[in-house]
Design a protein around this ligand. Sequence first.
Ligand code: GRF
Length: 194
Amino acid sequence: NRIAIFASGSGSNFQAILDACREGRLDATPALLICDKPGAYAVERAERAGVQAISFVPKEYGDKAAYENAVLHQLQEHKIDFIVLAGYMRLIGPTLLSAYKNRIVNIHPSLLPAFPGLDAIGQALDYGVKVTGITIHFVDEGMDTGPIIEQVAIEVAEDETRESLQKKIQAIEHIFYPKTLHQLFLNKGEKIIR
Ligand code: GRF
């Protein structure tokens, strides 16, 4: 499977995916990084790993469809099979959704459907939940909706801080994103039923 990773920020999940591919734990070719924030650290990670990175500035396009058509053109040029969202801070629109139906995956730092959207970790802490976690799911037109592929629960400690919780969540994400993608590709993109 040739995958394109979409990232807007630091790209630590992107890095975990690159490492897993290199080490043979994830049977996929990370062919492309798509970034909507030209200065993002994810771009540097791609360059270091010899993965082609393409940065877009969405507001340079007339509308979302024009932006996504430009992205889609690159995905087709690079014969991309799957889109993997890793901290991509933008809703996927109809152009990409219809071209990659059931072939776009996202990771979110909460147990969905709890705490979708921005700052899921802060939302969970403010709410005072005792258990939170991560969700890996197929992307549909909603914000952090779509069929769930995998979830992992994480306990919130008595003295939990945003920093400590974020650290725990990231560590779990870095293990489970590559692992779940590997399983998904073994299943030829069919949702894992268990
Ligand atoms: C992760 O927590 C992921 O769940 C969320 O955005 C964050 C991205 O972090 N969608 P990074 O850029 O991979 O470090």
